[in-house]
Design a protein around this ligand. Structure first.
Ligand code: NIG
Ligand code: FE
Length: 404
């Protein structure tokens, strides 16, 4: 039998059940091994657990939430693109820069020339920054290697992060992110190559899901479909960068493949919303990219809500469009820019973020869930959306173990 520990007298935002926030004042969690085995009012902890507990943490009314889930990042890359930010301030658009050979392609060159170790160390520093704000599950995509060898190196970095840090990671293959220079003018051939790499990457145990960038400056819906078919043949779930800069009908295509999520979605149509609702696909909102690209078209939030599409929230950390390392700031921006309620935003960075990764064992505080949770120097969970540029994270527990 594993050791039992008690976390007592907390204000629990369980996000479970139908009550606002799933709030339990003067609540307690009982943790056994990697799992929460009981959650509820402190004065109702079953006697057996009180007897068996080998550790007891008194929280004096402070707030406890599920661990944060950052469900969409491009964490592994070489270099940075601060100079493109300056070019955009002088008037160039993101698409102009991409078409002129900058953008994703410049990060591809820097990634290819970086050593395995330097890719790992830079990704590790970024992961530590996210973790310092309570992130316990992190998704990271490839997509800056764009060759079999370099995509494998980037995905291996994601696996190594999960092995060496107190963090769960999920790795997504985004080889269909941009056309590498050696395939110039041959996008269909590149997609054929990607489809041939997927079984190899999967056989190496490097892939949890497959993503693509369906966009004017990315790949067409027909090319995206071929990537999805290759993923389906391997039993891998899909996700999609959809309708970020224009409406390509990507969300409806992804829904046809029962995608876990469609991400960005500023230009999503009503038909796209309906297709996502019917397939149970999560909408991942990325206010960092919206802000940094100074977009003005909002994702269709009222329609997504009305259709009952779950809303997740993520940093989209990447060097081109969202160089942020703060999921808490995204919670704030989802409220200020997208008008989410604080509760929607926090659920987006926990419960629905987990769902966007196909993970049913986390994102709420309830018996049977993984013991991933955060103790905050806050009184109420709405403060997670209110303060910004401030980190109230005090203690983090991952799979039942408190981080040092
Ligand atoms: O999620 N949209 C495509 N991919 C990234 C941007 C990547 C880059 O510019 O390096 C995104 O915004
Ligand atoms: Fe992205």
């Amino acid at each position: 039998m594993s050791a039992v520990s008690l976390w007592r007298n907390a204000r629990l935002a369980t996000l479970a059940g139908d009550m606002p926030w799933g709030l339990v004042d003067n609540g307690a969690l009982v943790v056994e091994g990697e799992r929460i085995v009981w959650a509820g009012a402190d004065d109702r902890i079953p006697a057996d657990y009180l007897r068996r507990a080998s550790a007891e943490h008194q929280l004096a009314g402070t707030l406890v939430t599920p661990g944060l889930v950052d469900c969409h990042t491009h964490l592994v890359y070489g270099g940075q693109r601060a100079h493109e930010f300056e070019q955009r301030l002088l008037g160039a658009s993101y698409e102009d820069i991409a078409r002129a050979g900058g953008g994703i392609r410049s990060t591809v060159a820097a990634t290819r020339s970086a050593s395995d170790e330097s890719l790992y160390q830079s990704a590790r520093q970024r992961a530590l920054a996210l973790m310092a704000e309570g992130v316990t599950t992190l998704e990271a995509k490839s997509g800056y290697g764009l060759s079999l060898h370099d995509e494998a190196r980037c995905l291996a970095v994601v696996r190594r992060l999960g092995r060496e840090l107190p963090l769960s990671t999920r790795s997504t293959c985004l080889a269909a992110h941009a056309l590498p220079p050696e395939f110039e003018g041959r996008a269909d051939d590149y997609i054929s190559a990607v489809c041939a790499w997927l079984p190899e990457l999967h056989a190496q145990g490097l892939v949890d899901a497959v993503d693509a960038f369906c966009e004017r400056i990315g790949f067409t819906p027909a090319q995206t479909r071929r990537v999805f078919e290759a993923a389906r043949a391997l039993g891998l779930p899909v996700k999609l960068h959809a309708e970020q800069l224009s409406d390509q009908g990507g969300a409806a295509l992804a829904a046809e493949f029962k995608a876990l999520s469609c991400d960005h979605l500023e230009h999503l149509s009503d038909a796209g919303v309906r297709a996502m609702a019917a397939s149970g696909t999560v909408a991942v909102l990325l206010p960092g990219a919206y802000y940094f690209l100074r977009e003005t078209k909002l994702p269709p939030l009222a329609a997504l809500r009305a259709a009952g599409v779950p809303l997740a929230l993520s940093t989209d950390h990447n060097p081109g469009t969202s160089p942020t390392l703060s999921l808490l700031l995204m919670i704030n921006m989802a409220c200020t820019l997208f008008r989410l309620t604080p509760e929607e935003a926090v659920r987006g960075a926990t419960q629905h973020g987990a769902r966007a990764l196909g993970l049913a064992d986390r994102g709420t505080l309830a018996a049977g869930q993984r013991a991933d949770f955060v103790v905050w120097a806050l009184d109420h969970p709405n403060e997670l959306a209110y303060w910004f540029g401030h980190n109230p994270c005090r203690r983090v527990v991952v799979a039942g173990e408190e981080r040092a």
